[in-house]
Ligand binder design. Structure first.
Ligand code: GDP
Ligand code: MG
Length: 197
C-alpha cells in the first residue's frame, strides 16, 4: 500500500528533529601575515565570493556562519564566530587578546611568498600558547597561482602534522574556492570532537 504523502512528510520531519541534537557556538580566529588572504578566505566561506581588490580589514571583524555537521547518526549544528584581524598579526601586542577564548585557529600563509610560510610555525606556537587545547588547521593559500609540481613540494615542506599532532595543511584558493569549505568543515569537526571529550 502506498503511504499518503502527508503521513510520509510527518515521519520525515519527526526523524530529522530526532537527528538534530544540539547547537554549539565556537570562536575561531584567522592568523597570518599581512596580505596572505585571511579576509578573502572568510569571504569565500561566508558569501562564496572573491574580489581581486585589496579588502582592507579595519580593526577586528567578526563574521558568523552555521554548519550542520553529521557525526555518526547525529547532526550537530555549529555556529562559527569567525574573527578577522587587520594587518600583521605576528608581532602585534593585540594578538593575545584577539585569540583569547578561541576554540580554533586557521593559520594562513601565501604560497607565492615564502616569508609568510616561514612565519607559519610562529603563528602556530602563539595560538597554542594562548589556547593550548585549541584546534588548528593551516591554509596554504593562493594555490591557483602555483604550478602543481611546486604545490606537491610545498605541501611536503609545510606539513605540520608530522611534528605537531593533529594539524592538517590545506592547499586552498580563496579565488577558485578550492578546499576552502573542506578546511572549515574539518576544523568544525575537530571543535565538536574536542567539546564532546
Ligand atoms: P589579508 O590581509 O590576509 O586579509 O589578505 P586579503 O584577503 O585582503 O587578500 C590580499 C590580496 O590577495 C587581495 O588582493 C586578494 O584579492 C588576493 N588573494 C586572496 N586570496 C587569493 C587567492 O586564493 N588567489 C589569488 N590569486 N589571489 C588571492
Ligand atoms: Mg584582511
Amino acid at each position: 500500500m502506498v503511504e499518503p504523502l502527508c503521513k510520509l512528510s510527518a515521519i520525515y520531519s519527526y526523524e530529522s528533529a530526532q537527528l538534530k541534537m544540539s547547537v554549539i557556538t565556537k570562536k575561531i580566529c584567522l592568523l597570518g601575515d599581512f596580505n596572505v588572504s585571511k579576509t578573502s578566505l572568510i569571504r569565500r566561506f561566508i558569501e562564496d565570493k572573491f574580489s581581486d581588490q585589496y579588502l582592507s580589514t579595519v580593526g577586528v571583524k567578526v563574521s558568523r556562519k552555521s554548519l550542520d555537521i553529521r557525526q555518526n547518526f547525529e547532526i550537530q549544528q555549529i555556529n562559527l564566530l569567525i574573527w578577522d584581524l587587520e594587518g600583521h598579526t605576528r608581532f602585534k601586542s593585540i594578538t593575545p587578546t584577539y585569540l583569547k577564548g578561541a576554540s580554533g585557529s586557521i593559520i594562513v600563509g601565501d604560497l607565492t611568498r615564502s616569508s609568510t610560510l616561514e612565519g607559519l610555525k610562529q603563528h602556530i606556537d602563539l595560538s597554542l600558547h594562548i589556547n593550548p587545547h585549541g584546534s588548528i588547521v593551516v591554509a596554504l593559500n593562493k594555490a591557483d597561482l602555483v604550478p602543481q609540481e611546486k604545490l606537491d613540494k610545498l605541501i611536503e615542506l609545510y606539513r605540520f602534522n608530522t611534528c605537531i599532532q593533529g594539524i592538517n595543511s590545506y592547499l586552498t584558493s580563496a579565488k577558485t574556492g578550492e578546499y576552502v569549505n573542506n578546511m572549515f568543515d574539518e576544523l568544525s569537526k575537530n571543535l565538536l570532537h574536542a567539546s564532546s571529550r
